[in-house]
Design a protein around this ligand. Sequence first.
Ligand SMILES: [Zn+2]
Length: 315
Amino acid sequence: MATASAKPEAGFSFVSGVVGIGFSLPDASVISGHSGYTAADAGRDSLVQGLNLLAGIFCGLLGLVFGSFLNVCIARLPRHESVVTPRSSCPDCGAPIGAMDNVPLLSFLVLRGRCRDCGAQISWRYPAIEVATAALWVLCWLEFGLSVEAAGMAVLCFLLLGLAAMDAETLLLPNTFTLPGILLGVIYSGAMCPGRWLGRLRCAGVSLGWAVCATALILAIRWLYWLVRQREGMGMGDAKLLAMIAAWAGPANALLVFFLAVVGAAIYGVFWMAMNKGEGRAQARMPLGSFLCAAAIYAVFEGQATVDWYLGLFR
Ligand SMILES: [Zn+2]
């Protein structure tokens, strides 16, 4: 998502990472530092490969655990409940969920998606969010290697996935995710900036400026929509979400995300209208935030390439 020049040289590119996982290391000659390839180099390379594979597995397992915590956030934050207390319980019978039944993914499989006490069905959202978080974190590792950028993008994916699910379920984008998300994006932009303290501070300031611009863009569209239709189109949550995306990813990626999300929501809306011909369809609200989040997750991995491709059309 950051500019191409900021990408670390060592590590895996996405394609070679997927193909080469556990079999070959693309940068073997870079790591060994000379062209004469000895047995010692081969031994070191297989050690590096083994450690790399372990790191990937660790990213996946950590993703499952954080995905499990994300499920708690998704269920509780829109209702302004604490994510720490009380302990998780079955929403149907209220029985507390024991530690052995709270293992990410495994417990869902062992219990076959049902509560141990009352047999009520557990939402498929729980395993889906856990698997999606794990998959995105492994993708971050494959795309960015073990780096500050990978850690930052993993945090961003965590926030986006949670906001996408909350908007889809409740049409709410809680401030508890968007506002710290903006702050983290400003800090990340400063941290990723080459140079010394003053340069980093300037980068962080620029990132905050783009967040303000993104908010202004949504507020302007909201106002225009209100003038034409006399009702609210985009919510304030959408404004804060796009501000968060702009703080992390800069203006070009934020515009790409906004464009993709509006196109995606429009296509979804046409299908939805065709399926629902009854009353009240004019009042139906669209989870635009979910589309913004999905487009932003795409931009984390392919945003720069897409922007470069688009700008290349005019050269
Ligand atoms: Zn139950």
